[in-house]
Design a protein around this ligand. Structure first.
Ligand SMILES: Nc1ncnc2c1ncn2[C@@H]1O[C@H](COP(=O)(O)OP(=O)(O)OP(=O)(O)O)[C@@H](O)[C@H]1O
Ligand SMILES: [Mg+2]
Length: 326
């Protein structure tokens, strides 16, 4: 599905569904759907934002893409090739080409490894840069590339670094193996506000320099606005809207996107009032559109069946029977 991108897709999921089994007391189990029939592509060289509230399935999508999790159904394609049926050799290459930066840099770094060892490790695992000397040069270059002073930090351990520095080390580790795709899952949400812009700017600069494709996961539309060419909005495992960033932010088509936008604080102002008739908590998933219990515009049709993601206007996709503007 094109969904308003351009060029060719680097990575694509088609009709992806992922469920987790949840225990409901003795013997009873039910499957919780984390991703429900989702199709989405990231285009070569773009920065694609994936936004949505907590529990909407963003991290699950990322974990499927880096093969930490196998979907129950659907396809994952990388440069048009099926990712789920790779041979071991193909999988090794894929694991190099697709890297992830996690939310908590403290958890993703080994507390007993120095910065030097942490950045060298992926080079060793993936047999990048043969001898010790060229590996050393590469580690220095990578550490400098993420804005750290190699001399000052190379012997330090994670606990001796600030949150922002730790995240820079995580980024250096991810970039060590020259990935094509970098997936960043809330990479700045645990950092002090003062450090966030620095990390975002660094990622933007590296993206430009290295020609990376980025999938940027965040619940914060303000961050996505800063960072992304296109934004995909998820709600309870479903895609609600996909569009170019400025179009999505200026004229949201899906009531859920509007709700998200209305809850972004406006600097210097009280911000617009949220739409009326919206509950604080979503009720159980209905048979129809998953957002309909919270949607101020829902009609009978919305409660009866779920709308597919369709092109509402040129390159603007929404899963809504009654989009806000068209
Ligand atoms: N390992 C797991 N076992 C059981 N349920 C899970 C597991 N991982 C995720 N889920 C469920 O799947 C759904 C999607 O979770 P996911 O972590 O992908 O959401 P998210 O959008 O990343 O949320 P957040 O913004 O809080 O990080 C949630 O209902 C969550 O409870
Ligand atoms: Mg998450």
């Amino acid at each position: 599905m094109e969904q308003g991108g351009g060029g060719r897709p680097l990575v694509e999921v088609r009709n992806l569904s992922v469920g987790f089994s949840a225990s409901m007391g003795f013997f009873k189990k039910r499957t919780v759907s984390a991703i429900d029939d989702l199709s989405l592509a990231a285009w070569e060289g773009e920065s694609l934002g994936v936004v949505g509230e907590s529990g909407s399935g963003k991290t699950t999508l990322a974990r499927v893409l880096v093969k930490l999790l196998r979907p129950h159904s659907g396809e994952v394609l990388f440069k048009g090739e099926d990712v789920l049926t790779q041979t071991r050799k193909e999988e090794r290459v894929y694991r190099r080409k697709v890297q992830m930066v996690f939310q908590d840099p403290y958890e993703s770094l080994n507390p007993r490894s120095t910065v030097w060892d942490a950045v060298e490790e992926p080079l060793l695992i993936h047999h990048v840069a043969g001898d010790r000397h060229s590996r050393g040069e590469m580690v220095e270059r990578l550490v400098a590339m993420v804005g750290l002073d190699p001399g000052a930090v190379k012997h330090k351990y994670p606990h001796q670094l600030s949150g922002g520095e730790r995240q820079r080390v995580s980024i250096a580790r991810a970039l060590a193996v020259s990935p094509d795709l970098l997936i960043a899952d809330e990479p700045v949400s645990m950092l002090d506000v003062s450090m966030r812009i620095g990390i975002l700017d660094l990622m933007l600069e590296l993206k430009r320099k290295l020609g990376l494709t980025l999938i940027f996961i965040t619940h914060d539309l303000g961050v996505a606005r800063y960072f992304c060419d296109r934004i995909a909005v998820m709600y309870q495992g479903k895609l609600m809207e996909v569009a170019r960033t400025e179009e999505l932010l200026e004229r949201p088509l899906h009531p859920y996107t509007k709700l998200l936008l209305d809850s972004v604080p406006v600097p210097g102002g009280a911000g617009p009032a949220p739409p009326e008739a919206v509950d604080a908590d979503p009720r159980p998933a209905p048979a129809g559109c998953k957002f309909s219990p919270r949607c101020p515009y829902a009609r009978d049709r919305c409660r009866g069946s779920a709308p597919d993601l369709t092109e509402v206007s040129r390159s603007r996709y929404a899963a809504c029977y009654y989009p806000l503007t068209s």
